[in-house]
Design a protein. Structure first.
Length: 262
């Protein structure tokens, strides 16, 4: 707040710094709002803007309407920069939502029969992550060096002859009953009112998967902004933020990772 004095001087009577951070609804928005409350109490005025899609937050950031956004992992950002020519960069690491391999029919990976039907995300950003987890489970082998960018064409070994079915990421929750095994996002099960299923994956990803941690993303010329870095520190060190994240993930630490602690 700025109050004008009769002598023509300006007296700062409230927080003099401001950040506008774009988020998407859910656990991410809730955790950022928790950090924003702490930041405001420390004199750093933070405004939160929610978006209902995954395109507009980067457009708004590139146009200067936001100081940062917090909704995407590095794989998504790399793809967005390629397609949109944004030149956006990561300023700090945040929450890592784990993924899992889920089944309503089997209780272990070893029980999967020869020729099992396995569902993975059909988009290039998330499919690679699902295939990497299938490799960790010993179900497939990917071509050396593809990392998280693997596609079905990169599968070099498939000893159980699993049939891999591509499905849109948000529909994987519904597809679970139609396949033997599915790549799944615990947060999607929690949001669908099924936290018990979220906690019953046969295998979870973890801290080694930090390429898929959500990032605080900004413009290249804003990466070292002291107020943004200060806010990121508040987010990473706040016990209230950790409590908010825990509540959002049904208080099950298998469903998420805080990679900055590693």
């Amino acid at each position: 707040m700025i109050r004008m004095l009769s002598l023509g001087l300006v007296l700062m009577t409230g927080p003099c710094f401001a950040l506008n951070i774009g988020v998407t609804p859910g656990a991410l928005a809730d955790s950022v709002e928790t950090a924003a409350r702490e930041a405001r109490a420390q004199g750093l005025n933070v405004t939160i803007t929610e978006f209902s899609d995954w395109t507009t937050p980067n457009v708004a950031l590139a146009n200067g309407d936001l100081d940062a956004n917090y909704f995407q992992h590095q794989a998504f950002l790399d793809n967005a920069n390629r397609e949109g020519g944004f030149g956006l960069v990561s300023a700090g690491i945040g929450l890592l939502p784990n993924i899992g391999l889920y089944s309503e029919k089997y209780s272990t990976i070893d029980e999967l029969p020869d020729g099992a039907r396995v569902a993975v995300a059909n988009d290039p950003v998330n499919q690679g992550r699902g295939l990497a987890l299938l490799q960790s489970a010993g179900l497939i082998t990917l071509r050396a060096g593809v990392g998280a960018n693997g596609t079905l064409d990169d599968i070099t070994e498939n000893p159980k002859h699993v049939q891999i079915i591509e499905i849109e990421g948000p529909q994987l929750v519904r597809a679970l009953s139609d396949v033997d095994l599915a790549q799944g996002y615990p947060a999607h099960f929690v949001n669908a009112g099924k936290p018990d299923i979220a906690g019953r994956a046969l295998l979870y990803s973890g801290a080694e998967d930090d390429y898929f941690a959500i990032r605080f993303v900004t413009r290249a010329d804003h990466r070292d902004d002291p107020d943004l870095l200060r806010f990121i520190r508040i987010y990473q060190t706040s016990e209230a933020v950790r409590e908010t994240i825990s509540a959002s993930y049904a208080r099950n630490p298998a469903l998420y990772t805080l990679p900055w602690l590693n």
